[in-house]
Design a protein around this ligand. Structure first.
Ligand code: ZN
Ligand code: ZN
Length: 510
């Protein structure tokens, strides 16, 4: 492709004119080319990689200071160990700073799409991430930006799209070759080009590594959210919490104020930003995306709700959701399965990583968001089922050694969130985001209930607990299960006729 692409180059930092001469810590050739590449040192003769004589100690020191300031380090001008690490970190290949050849002039370029409906296309998968998984993660990553830009994103499977996503290696024809494993992991182009390139010499994964410093894998979602920022016209930010900070961080999953303000400046200058953001959110066509073939319920591998122990049951948006293996059912009322179900929950919860192969712990927050827990992590979805945030159990003020939660529910009795592991429960206040004092307590405090429980729900004002094939109704005032329980779940909640088979099954399943 012969087009000459210019990487998205914007933003300027101010430079204070103080001089510190550094004689002992002169940068290496690689460090000089790094500072040239990202705009901290002016370019010299094209193709030159050697330490050019035209760089005075002063210009080097100033470049180091700019680099440090942008990264949030103390701008000492001295290449200390923290600064050395910056040169080695995984990062985006887009320039941090652009200056024109005339040193007195600096441009702040702002480019935006001039239309509201943007198309995108994933051209290939990576060595480690199949194309359809990349598409799911892209949908989730675009949905993070969409409400703040007032844009809609439509996926194309063929033809030319506005934003094209590909995995490539080394020199791939756009004048900005990748560098093998590590360091540069991706780059992207401003509107009206908009393409996203990911370095296929990285090990791309669908979830952040447990250890942030773990260099093994690179989280595609985190990188995609950042690169989409470029494709929508944003430059790098020197705000460390910002998604547009140039160095890769797996844990930053939601936009920061700085990112949102950038989007609004580009796309929503003339609008009541908050109002239109809300409108776009609810009209977002990204999710839920139901792509299942209609005939799927005839497949033999779909479990029969009447003859299986489901993984969990929860009430979301006023409906009953049942999860079993990779499937989910939605019931509007007891015994009434909504048309089109079961579906695979991965086709509904867009952006949920593939390694989450069962849903055992899920609940609806007070703000309407839906949270799925697995092990020490959770994924939070907006009311439209698109991923907006990820986090860890300790974000809920839970002890770091806690391995997993079995059940989470929001009580209508006191508007508190109950977080349950196998034998203990915690009570959490979502308004103040604090744990109530005196917790955890033993599950034995809830008399006549078994534990561990599989799930707990609020349905038409009552609290129900589920375990195995049975369920209990809980009396919140008496703090004990209602005496007429347990009853059999399938016969009461699902459209199942009591049969001799079921009778035998449920009896054996205690
Ligand atoms: Zn970038
Ligand atoms: Zn490229």
């Amino acid at each position: 492709m012969g087009r000459r692409l210019l990487l998205c180059l914007l933003l300027v930092v101010s430079v204070k004119c103080r001089t510190i001469y550094v004689e002992d810590a002169r940068p290496t050739e690689e460090e000089v080319s790094f500072m040239k590449r990202y705009g901290y040192l002016p370019e010299v003769a094209e193709g030159s990689t050697s330490l050019d004589f035209s760089y005075t100690p002063l210009s080097i020191t100033e470049a180091v200071r700019r680099l440090q300031a942008f990264a949030g380090l103390t701008p000492s001008g001295v290449i200390d160990s923290d600064t050395k690490q910056l040169f080695k970190k995984k990062r985006c290949g887009v320039k941090d700073i652009i200056t024109t050849s005339s040193r007195s002039r600096r441009y702040v370029t702002r480019e935006a799409w001039t239309k509201k409906d943007i198309t995108y296309r994933v051209l290939n998968g990576s060595r480690t991430l199949e194309k359809h998984r990349v598409e799911g993660q892209m949908a989730a990553a675009l949905a993070v930006w969409a409400p703040h830009a007032g844009l809609t994103f439509t996926r194309l499977d063929s033809g030319k799209a506005d934003i094209e996503v590909s995995f490539v290696t080394l020199d791939h024809g756009d004048g900005s070759p990748f560098d093998g494993p590590g360091q540069v992991v991706a780059h992207a182009f401003c509107p009206p080009l908009g393409d996203l390139h990911f370095d296929d010499d990285e090990v791309w994964s669908e979830y952040p590594a447990d250890d942030e410093e773990n260099e093994e894998s690179t989280d595609f979602f985190a990188a995609a959210v950042h690169e989409i920022g470029h494709a929508l016209g944003l430059a790098h930010s020197d705000v460390r919490e910002s998604v547009m900070y140039p160095y890769y961080r797996a844990r930053v999953q939601s936009l920061y104020e700085d990112d949102i303000l950038g989007m609004r400046a580009l796309y929503m200058k003339d609008q009541q930003a908050a109002t239109s953001a809300l409108t776009v959110q609810t009209e977002n066509p990204m999710a839920p995306r139901f792509s299942l073939d209609p005939g799927v319920t005839d497949e033999e591998d779909v479990p029969d709700l009447c003859y299986t122990n489901f993984d969990t049951i929860q009430v979301l948006q006023g409906k009953i959701y049942v999860f079993e293996e990779e499937w989910m059912w939605v019931l509007s009322e007891r015994k009434e399965i909504d048309p089109g179900y079961p579906k695979r929950f991965h086709d509904v919860f867009i952006g949920l990583p593939e390694h989450v192969d069962v849903v055992r712990t899920i609940y609806e927050k007070r703000n309407g968001n839906i949270v799925i827990f697995k092990d020490k992590q959770y994924w939070e979805f907006g009311p439209n089922f698109s991923l907006i945030k990820r986090g860890r159990l300790r974000d809920y003020r839970l002890p770091g050694r806690l391995r997993e939660l079995t059940t989470v529910f929001l009580s209508n009795y006191n508007n508190k969130t109950y977080l349950i592991d196998s034998e203990r429960f915690w009570r959490f206040n979502e308004d103040t985001w604090t744990m109530d004092k005196g917790y955890p307590k033993s599950m034995s405090a809830w008399r006549d209930l078994p534990y561990p429980v599989d799930s707990a729900i609020i349905w038409k004002g009552n609290t129900y607990f589920f375990r195995g094939p049975r369920f209990w109704r809980f009396d919140n005032a008496q703090i004990r299960a209602h005496p007429y329980y347990p009853l059999f779940t399938a016969q009461i909640w699902f459209p199942c006729q009591p049969t001799p088979d079921m009778e035998r099954y449920t009896k054996n399943e205690d």
